[in-house]
Ligand binder design. Sequence first.
Ligand SMILES: [Zn+2]
Length: 289
Amino acid sequence: MPELPEVETTKTSLKPLLGQRVVNVQVFQPKLRWMIPSDLDKLIGYHLEQTERRAKYLILTFAKDNTPPLKLIVHLGMSGSLQQHPADSKKRKHDHLIFTFDNQNGVLNQLHYHDPRRFGAVLWFDDYAHKLFDHLGKEPLDDSFDAEHLYDLIQRTHSEKKQRPINKPIKAVIMEQQNVVGVGNIYATESLFLAGIHPATPAAAISQAKITELTAHIKTILARAIELGGSTLRDFTVASGQTGYFQQTLHVYGKEGEPCPTCGTTLANEKIAGRASVYCPVCQPFTPS
Ligand SMILES: [Zn+2]
């Protein structure tokens, strides 16, 4: 599944299309997670002005002279990708949407939205931003997501309702999108290993020092995954056709039964919040206070 790093990589891969004008929009299969809007062709004549990412959503802004910009949200779902091809390339199976761009020098390029499982989405920003973005937590790579923020969030230091500290497993806490976005199972599993925290430890029992370590590892791992082009094991290819190399750097994710890379103990697996959670029983002791 495309994770935050793949979406960030996709965003970067779209740079060559910035400034290029849309000359055609073809929808072959509108039924994704939600229907592709039937009026996407109003983008014709607009150029791609800006690409942004919020959580795992891409936000594409299109501009034309003095008219208000048009903004699209693209979500890659379970198996989606945006792939650039020369104009007149053959439509492949599962290419549901093709934009054709003119680079203003007479060269046409295509952007194919490819999605075998069709859990992704292409939506007008104005119709869905509110619904999709309002409940989201901070971006993990933003400076505002730091150890103090995560610790206060768990301890509910600033809770107006005097709520109790969050006592669910720390792994569930860091994977919940309203707390922090984009920390998928791979990144949660790896950062907990590097911080030496058992994934099932009640969040509120973890010291501020350990939360500081964990926050640092979350940031480092995500940054490294972005640098290496994402982590996804299958289905995902960036525009240039490369797959992610990050998976080769994993310590424990997907390695249940193998020896711990630090101490050699057999790695265990426990289901937490419905997700496989591989950990080292020695390096990640379960020691809630
Ligand atoms: Zn170990």
